[in-house]
Structure formats: structure tokens, C-alpha cells
Write a protein that binds this ligand. Structure first.
Ligand code: NAG
Ligand code: NAG
Ligand code: NAG
Ligand code: NAG
Length: 255
């Protein structure tokens, strides 16, 4: 009888302890503003792009040209960081298929390097980037435009619009573009477009249109943080239930 009581007390104690640990774990990721943390989370760009939505073509070219390694090592550099402009799959579909297949390996590599800046820029930095344009990418330069909250990235034959913020927490930003950038250094003449206009980007994470105010996508980013924290909560609850079952079983054994 005493043993049974002791088991019950220890079960309740452990339950209370794990509940405390759980609420701590659930609370941690809910951070309203991504303040510059001393130890930033490691971001795996290939994983981010493959999970985030319609960036499969871009990721395919980054991998084929090995540019993904250049970008990843810059993403690992937490002092400078990186800002990646990821054209959606529909942007690649809008080009005549020979436009990219005609390029040499070096040209294709340069084209991919033309889709990121070797520094982290949050959305609120884009009006300053527009004023400072042209600005340098890993290869060549672009003009950033900023009018009424709409951000454009202009390069040679392409006027791309920043369609959404896929991820933005220092040192890594990934923004979606509705066009592939087409610098004149690689394309001396206007490249041929596909005959039929590409269908609208498929709905889904990262495919949603950005509202006029940059604040809207900051909200979207914190929505993502919310999604992550709720998955943490599920994991926490799972271990809580498991811990409870173990305690109940060990209580039986003691009796
Ligand atoms: C980036 O950092 C991760 C984790 O520290 C490491 O595993 C990976 O090899 C690094 N990648 C590059 C390209 O530096
Ligand atoms: C792509 O461009 C080539 C060369 O101009 C042309 O012959 C071909 O018909 C185009 N393909 C499509 C699908 O438009
Ligand atoms: C691609 O190369 C083929 C063969 O050299 C050529 O006929 C075609 O016009 C080129 N396409 C484009 C879009 O430059
Ligand atoms: C940027 O804008 C300037 C001035 O309009 C223009 O001369 C230059 O070609 C543009 N650069 C790019 C990369 O489009």
C-alpha cells in the first residue's frame, strides 16, 4: 500500500516536471521579431527550397552547376549571410526550353550565381537597395526597384517581381521571383519566350502573393514560426504521454 502511494506520488511529480519542461519547450520558438540571436539556426538551402514549394527547377539547376555549395557556404557564414532570389517553376516554364539548354556549363553557372546576393537583406532593406542600385549579385549586377511596397528586380531582359518571402531570418533570406533573371552578359540578344503564357503559379506555401506592405510577409514569416512551434508541441505531448505510460507501468511493477 505504501509502495503504491509512493509510486503515485512519483508519477504525479514526474508528470508535473515533464509538463513544466513541455511548456518551456513550446514557449521557446514563439518569438515575435527575429532579433539577431547569438547562435542562429542552421538553414539547409536545398532542403528549404525543396520543402518551400515551386522551386524544383531552380534547385535542379543549382545542384547541376554546384552553385548550391557556394550558396550554402555563404549561408553558413553568419556574418554576411545570403539573399537568394528563387524563380518559381512557372518562371522557368515561361522561357523557350532551348534558352537554358543552349548555354555552356560556365554560362549556366554564372546565371545561377546571378540569383543571389552575398549578404542578408530583410524586406525592409529593399528601399535602400533600390536607392543604391545597381547592386551586386554573386555574378553581375541588378537594379532593385521599390514603388508603393512592390519590389522589382531588373536584370537585362527580365523585369522580375518579388512574389513572396519564402524565408527571412538572419543570416538567410529567400525570396520568390516570378521571372528568371536574364543578364545581358549572358544573353546579348533577347531570349525567346515560350509560346503559351505559363499558367499561374500553383497555390501553396511560398506561392502566395505578397501583399503590398512588407509587414504582411513579416507576418507570414511569423506564421511559419507558429507552425513550427505547434509541431514542437505535438512532439512534446507525445513524449509526455509516453512518459506517463512508462510511469504507470513501473507503478504496477512496484506494487
Ligand atoms: C554548412 O554547415 C553545415 C553545418 O555546420 C555543414 O554540415 C555543411 O557542410 C556546411 N556546408 C558548406 C557548403 O559549407
Ligand atoms: C524555341 O526556339 C527555337 C529557336 O528559335 C524555335 O525553333 C522553337 O520552335 C521554339 N520552341 C518553342 C516551344 O517555342
Ligand atoms: C539553341 O541552339 C540551337 C542550335 O544551335 C539554335 O537553333 C536555336 O536557335 C538556339 N535557341 C535559342 C533560343 O537561342
Ligand atoms: C540598371 O539601370 C541603369 C539605368 O537605367 C541601366 O543603364 C542598367 O543597364 C541597368 N542594369 C541592369 C542590370 O539592368
Amino acid at each position: 500500500m505504501e509502495l503504491k502511494a509512493a509510486a503515485l506520488v512519483s508519477a504525479l511529480l514526474c508528470l508535473a516536471l515533464s509538463r513544466g519542461a513541455l511548456s518551456q519547450r513550446a514557449r521557446a520558438p514563439i518569438v515575435e521579431t527575429p532579433a539577431p540571436a547569438p547562435a542562429p539556426r542552421h538553414v539547409e538551402l536545398a532542403e528549404l527550397l525543396s520543402l518551400a514549394g515551386p522551386y524544383g527547377k531552380f534547385l535542379e539547376y543549382l545542384t547541376k552547376t554546384d552553385v548550391i555549395k557556394t550558396f550554402q557556404s555563404q549561408a553558413n557564414d553568419t556574418k554576411q549571410g545570403i539573399t537568394v532570389f528563387a524563380p518559381q517553376d512557372s518562371a522557368f516554364a515561361a522561357l523557350n526550353e532551348t534558352v537554358l539548354s543552349n548555354l555552356t556549363a560556365d554560362q549556366l553557372r554564372s546565371l545561377m550565381l546571378h540569383h543571389a546576393m552575398p549578404r542578408y537583406y530583410q524586406l525592409s532593406a529593399f528601399s535602400a537597395l533600390a536607392a543604391a542600385s545597381p547592386v551586386s549579385m554573386f555574378a553581375y549586377k541588378v537594379n532593385v526597384t521599390y514603388a508603393a511596397g512592390t519590389i522589382g528586380v531588373v536584370s537585362g531582359w527580365a523585369t522580375a517581381k518579388l512574389a513572396s518571402s519564402v524565408y527571412s531570418t538572419s543570416p538567410v533570406a529567400v525570396y520568390a521571383l516570378n521571372r528568371v533573371l536574364l543578364p545581358k552578359e549572358i544573353f546579348p540578344a533577347a531570349p525567346e519566350m515560350a509560346p503559351v503564357p505559363a499558367p499561374a503559379p500553383a497555390p501553396g506555401r511560398g506561392g502566395k502573393a505578397m501583399a503590398d506592405a512588407p509587414g504582411a510577409s513579416e507576418r507570414a514569416a511569423s506564421d511559419n514560426a507558429g507552425a513550427k512551434s505547434s509541431s514542437c508541441r505535438v512532439v512534446g505531448a507525445g513524449s509526455l504521454v509516453l512518459g506517463y505510460v512508462v510511469l504507470v507501468v513501473s507503478g504496477f511493477l512496484m506494487v
